[in-house]
Design a protein around this ligand. Structure first.
Ligand code: ZN
Length: 212
């Protein structure tokens, strides 16, 4: 049997100082994991695996990683001139919202802030507007998003809207069917029939009705 590694009380490992050995932890597969109690420079006391400590895998309570990560983000923002920009925060919260919702992905290109920023500036972004999905549904992607007032964004969540598939195959989401029909010389009643499934199309147009 190998001699167990002696534990040196008071020994420092980066930000952690060893306080005492803890009862050995037995994993599900029966392996023994020696644990020590450590105190981090930030004041937090916690239990860590001895092996992770000796191998330098664990260097702090977690505060070191957080610091490095936030420095990395800050550097990125500084380099790109977007430090604490509102648009940058919009980008971060868009990605967060997408994660927390079903069937709501972020367009691949927009995972790059530079690409998202260019689209935003080309599409009327101002610090007073919020990023809205048309009909408050679907993915965060150029064809489904716009900058609009917070008021309209809230209103839209309780509204009806229509997705129109044009004869050319492209689609558009609209809120006002009667206006769209007038502009495109279509019969609104025929379009309603398409929406309810009584007609397969009207002049090549297809439409789907949604209610939030
Ligand atoms: Zn810490």
């Amino acid at each position: 049997m190998r001699k167990p590694v002696p534990i040196q009380i008071g020994k420092r490992f980066t930000r952690l100082v060893v306080l005492k050995e803890q009862p050995t932890h037995i994993t599900k597969s029966g392996n023994k994991v020696r644990k020590v109690q450590v105190k981090c420079d930030c004041g937090i006391i916690k239990e860590v695996g001895l092996r992770d400590l000796l191998s330098n895998k664990t260097q702090s309570c977690g505060c070191l990683h957080k610091e490095i990560h936030s420095k990395y983000l800050d550097n990125y923002r500084l380099e790109s001139g977007d430090y604490r920009s509102r648009l940058y925060d919009c980008w971060i919260s868009m990605k967060r919202r997408s994660k927390s919702r079903k069937d709501c992905n972020v367009f691949k290109g927009w995972l790059s802030f530079e690409v998202f920023k260019k689209w935003a500036l080309d599409n009327g972004y101002t610090d007073q507007l919020v990023l809205c999905r048309n009909g408050d549904k679907g993915d965060y992607e150029p064809n489904n998003c716009r900058w609009d007032t917070q008021e309209n964004n809230v209103k839209e969540r309780h509204e009806k809207y229509w997705t129109i598939i044009k004869p050319c195959g492209s689609f558009v989401t609209i809120k006002n069917l009667s206006k769209f029909c007038k502009e495109h010389n279509l019969s609104q009643s025929n379009m309603s029939s398409v929406a309810s499934g009584r007609l397969s199309h009207h002049k090549g147009y297809k439409v789907k009705k949604y209610e939030n």
